[in-house]
Design a protein around this ligand. Sequence first.
Ligand SMILES: [Zn+2]
Length: 396
Amino acid sequence: MKLFNVAVLSAVCLMANSVVRAQNAPESIPGAVLCQGNYQTEDEAVRQLERLAATWTTQQDWKARAKQIRQQILTGAKLNPLPDRTPLNVIIRNKRRFKGYSVESAAFEARPGFYVYGNLYRPEKSDGNRPGILCPHGHARGREGGRLRPDQQHRCATLARMGAVVFSYDMVGFGDSEHLGWDHKHEQALTLQTWSSIRALDFLQSLDDVNSTQIGVTGCSGGGTQTFLLTAVDDRVKVAVPVVMVSAHFFGGCHCESGMPIHKTARLETNNAEIAALTAPRPLLLVSVGGDWTKNNPKVEYPYIRSVFKMLGAESSVENKHFADEGHGYQESKRQAMYPFMVKHLKLNAKGVIDLKTGMFDEAGNTIEAVDDMRVFDDSFPMPKHALKPGTIVKF
Ligand SMILES: [Zn+2]
């Protein structure tokens, strides 16, 4: 699949931003400012990290700051207090069996009538004690976009073949959500997606074959944003691998990432590097490239994040894999960097998947499915009657 053009994507998302900015105006939060796209220069980002570093010295300082950041994200996203956990009314259907794993179509209600659509990848054999991994996705559009992309299918299948139960799910207006009429410009996109990710954790934990204490999350680009936001606000995530998204100067170009006041208020300023640092002391792998806004990770974002881990006595739990000559995306090189981190920290079984001579993880054994085979709802299995109409403002 062709790499999508980051500049075009950012421009499109920033245009979408101007449409939704009015609805999400942060007047109700004192001093709130939307930090969007390249809100600050790379030099300003360095100086901001110096200011942020000066706000804490001890573990107690950091824990208090982390709590404030977490609260600011939830308040900015209109999720504070957290909404009620309404019944998920899980649907799992249409099991397809492949070599060493299976895929089912799955959906649940994050709010009454508001569905999250996805695919559930499971290892062939289950002992009822499997790690669970969430896979959110980025902004690649079109019929084979989002969770339907071959690269996303590869990472889910490979992780399942190594023993994980993996849920790959749609952001608003992608995949089945788009197919059923939802638009990513929906003004609640950030709120809906963050809440959907929290409920996706509930969904994984509700499965008989998942060990609720062994949960990971990994996504790229906009899915990287979901990865670090979810990890910051929900300590059930035990391992996080945000790919090509953690940047101190770039805040995400789409309203689902930065269109609500989660970064800056009169009370507190932060950026996505510090939000990623809230993962500490839980294991964190940053995957970065020379060809996008993560180009400075080795010398700017990673040292700040590592200093938090070090202060918490967990320096060995954080890593940065940087691909200086590569561009944006979750291509095979980045997946090959993620697999061993998940194997190590979620105790996956790579036997039969890793080539012990080269250290490479086999993806040739995966089956890439056709889009129509991956849908949850179709003519033979229609949407429940109480499902919200596309575009509805969802009540919280
Ligand atoms: Zn978006």
